[in-house]
Design a protein around this ligand. Sequence first.
Ligand SMILES: [Fe+2]
Length: 178
Amino acid sequence: MKEAWQTLFPDIGEIKNQKLAKVACGVWDEMLPQSEWADVQSVPFSLAPGSGSLVAHTRATMRACLRIARALTGVYPGRVLDLDVLLLSALLHDVSKIVEYSPNGRTEAGNLYQHAFLAAHAALNAGMPEAVVSIIMLHTPQTNVPMKFLEGVILKHAEGGIAASGTDYQRQIDEAMA
Ligand SMILES: [Fe+2]
């Protein structure tokens, strides 16, 4: 239900096309029963210990995308960004982690498919704009296909920063320096 998702992801309220926002929330609704998770809050951002939750990652990524977009258009007023495409992509970019992971580790689907393929597939089936489907599909470093949309470049970098802070980043730095 959209209201429940908006509590977790407040920037859903910034999406102009609320009909599409509702459809995107439906993608989260449909992904959950296909998974082994009892509730969405239990889904981790990654299988690395201390990575935080998928919900926190998604909330932070949406917020970061919005702020980068506003900063960018403030400095470059001629640059037009589609905020709906940006926010819908941010909302759905990692939704397939729900079925890529289980409480016991990586699932069969997680092994079979490139990360985010199932998110893009679900978004396409739900009728999301092609730009959103493409951005979801191409946001992962697992693909070598270049990003096609500026909104996607923003998402990719924003979520990369959020991902780094969501993992045990200091430990990784310490290990690299050791
Ligand atoms: Fe991702």
